[in-house]
Design a protein around this ligand. Structure first.
Ligand code: CU
Length: 141
């Protein structure tokens, strides 16, 4: 006797919450993110090594969810404020250093540029409130 099975494909759409997936991790109050180099106002010829400084927190790989740690992001010529409810964008103006780098070779076209560091968590979200460096301006010759 053959049993015919009817497979009913019910489109069971799990109700996905639309709430912002805020990570909302807070950084230690005494954490400081800063540029070791360049300094504000520096005049630079060609490519340069940008060196990232961080006090009272640790650097880890993207994806590693250790307490009080994160990875560096360099914002180049970004004027929009950071949204702590969204991951830091990934494009030519938002550079991620998910391997735990603390320096990077940067090449920029001649002219004035702003640079700012942002620490991101394992999933590339800024901390809340964001841990950012001063925004510096450099001139590339
Ligand atoms: Cu990232």
């Amino acid at each position: 006797m053959k049993v015919i099975r009817l497979l009913v494909l019910a489109a069971a759409l799990a109700s996905v919450s639309c709430a912002a997936n805020a990570q909302g991790k807070s950084a230690p109050k005494d954490a400081v993110l800063y540029f070791i180099w360049p300094q504000n106002g520096a005049i630079i010829k060609g490519g340069f090594w940008c060196r990232f400084g961080l006090r009272n927190m640790g650097i880890t790989h993207a994806g590693d969810d250790f307490k009080n740690s994160g990875h560096h992001h360099l914002l180049v010529d970004v004027n929009e404020p950071l949204d702590v409810n969204e991951p830091i964008p990934q494009d030519k103006n938002h550079l991620h250093f998910g391997a735990g780098q603390t320096e990077a070779r940067i090449e920029l076209p001649p002219g004035k540029h702003t640079l700012q560091l942002v620490l991101g968590d394992a999933k590339h979200y800024p901390f809340n409130p964001p841990l950012v460096s001063d925004k510096i301006t450099v001139t590339v010759r």
